[in-house]
Design a protein around this ligand. Structure first.
Ligand SMILES: NC(=O)c1ccc[n+]([C@@H]2O[C@H](COP(=O)([O-])OP(=O)(O)OC[C@H]3O[C@@H](n4cnc5c(N)ncnc54)[C@H](O)[C@@H]3O)[C@@H](O)[C@H]2O)c1
Length: 342
């Protein structure tokens, strides 16, 4: 099954094979894809991946050095008529050396019927909103039902964007704690998001405090294929905690990952490549299952309030591609973006 309506809509607005739509970061952002739509698209993509309804080879990483990586991410979601590739640069020293964010991304979307490109868009906004959405889909399905405190470690672009959607994954949310090695990043996140969040956001006094006092703990700091010794100690992690990392758990002692009752990834195939490429500090276990298998009802979720559950979604292009048809439809119908000849 393909999404024939989407293909028709594209043809109504675009001369496929002769022109493309170009969307800047601001244009993608200002379309304001509703958070609930984003959440549902990402949830569908995760489940579709794990039930074999997408086509997606593992990411290809090309390393200029151990602080940087170029990542090529092609994929296909036939049911959404979504086909494309995301091309990422992740350079950990950018801010220090060039006053630029560490991550950049462009997405090229191709027509599902002919293969011709239909849209080139900045991928940063989709990436920095779909990544927290994945974390909250995981929280919604794996956290203890009585979870009230959300802890966020790393308040950069991805980390900050976890704050306004935390309530979607944690319905009884009462408080958000934040921790970052950079005080200014915490201040910025609180200033940007406090008025969009219905609960207080507080700076944690230490890394140990945020780990010991969060029901759901997320981490979004950095990763490298030469990881340093992680600072978070095994004995800090309380029973029943749900840990969701989008930075390949660089902050967590491998003992935590090894004693977790469930260690869940988004893609087993991708996880194997990450292990081979040396992204993890110390030995880690085989994944219990994929997040999408839980979402599709093929694997059980949490079975007791004592379980420690670690979720490591390394990020898949199908997460981004699931959002691109929504963005493209909104842009074409509203006349947003620039049409460029091929
Ligand atoms: N899994 C995914 O799908 C996915 C998607 C996008 C980004 N990421 C990863 O998420 C991470 C963050 O990306 P970003 O765009 O938000 O980067 P960013 O540079 O905007 O923010 C990173 C933040 O982490 C903080 N930080 C660094 N080291 C820390 C430490 N040891 N303890 C606490 N805070 C620390 C920095 O001060 C900064 O505020 C990167 O590793 C990126 O590759 C993952």
């Amino acid at each position: 099954m393909i999404d024939a309506k989407f293909n028709e809509m594209v043809r109504k607005h675009l001369n496929v094979g002769h022109e493309i739509l170009y969307l800047t970061r601001e244009e993608v952002k200002n379309l304001n894809v509703p958070t609930e739509v984003l959440f549902e698209q990402v949830k569908k993509a995760l489940a579709m991946y794990s039930t074999g309804e997408t086509l997606m080879p593992a990411k290809t990483n090309v390393f200029p050095d151990s602080s940087a990586v170029y990542i090529s991410m092609p994929g296909l979601i036939p049911g959404m008529s979504a086909a494309g590739v995301k091309w990422v640069g992740a350079f950990n020293n950018n801010m220090k050396d060039y006053n630029l964010p560490s991550l950049c991304a462009m997405i090229m979307v191709n027509d599902y019927l002919t293969g011709w490109p239909i849209c080139v868009m900045d991928g940063i906004h989709i990436m920095e909103t779909r990544t927290p959405a994945i974390a909250m889909v995981a929280a919604q399905n794996l956290a203890r039902k009585d979870s009230e405190v959300f802890g966020m470690i790393g308040l950069g672009r991805e980390g900050g964007n976890h704050l306004p959607i935390a309530h979607l994954g944690i319905p009884n949310l009462k408080k958000i704690l934040v921790w970052d090695v950079n005080e200014a990043a915490m201040d910025r996140a609180i200033a940007n998001f406090q008025d969009k969040v219905p609960v207080p956001i507080e700076k944690a006094p230490s890394l140990e405090y945020i780990v010991r006092n969060s029901d759901v703990l997320a981490s979004c700091t950095f990763f490298t294929n030469n990881p340093p010794k992680p600072p978070i100690q095994d004995e800090w992690v309380p029973k029943g905690q749900t840990i969701i990392v989008t930075d390949l758990h660089t902050q967590f002692d491998p003992a935590i990952i090894n004693r977790a009752d469930m260690y869940i990834v988004d893609s087993r195939a991708q996880q194997e490549h990450l292990v081979e490429d040396g992204y993890f500090y110390g030995p880690i276990p085989e994944p219990t299952c994929e997040l999408g298998e839980i979402l599709a009802g093929k694997m059980p979720a949490r079975t007791s309030d004592d379980q420690i559950i670690v979720v490591n979604p390394s990020g898949m292009v199908v997460d981004d591609l699931a959002v691109t048809p929504v963005v493209i439809e909104m842009a074409l119908e509203k006349g947003v973006g620039t049409k460029l000849p091929l």
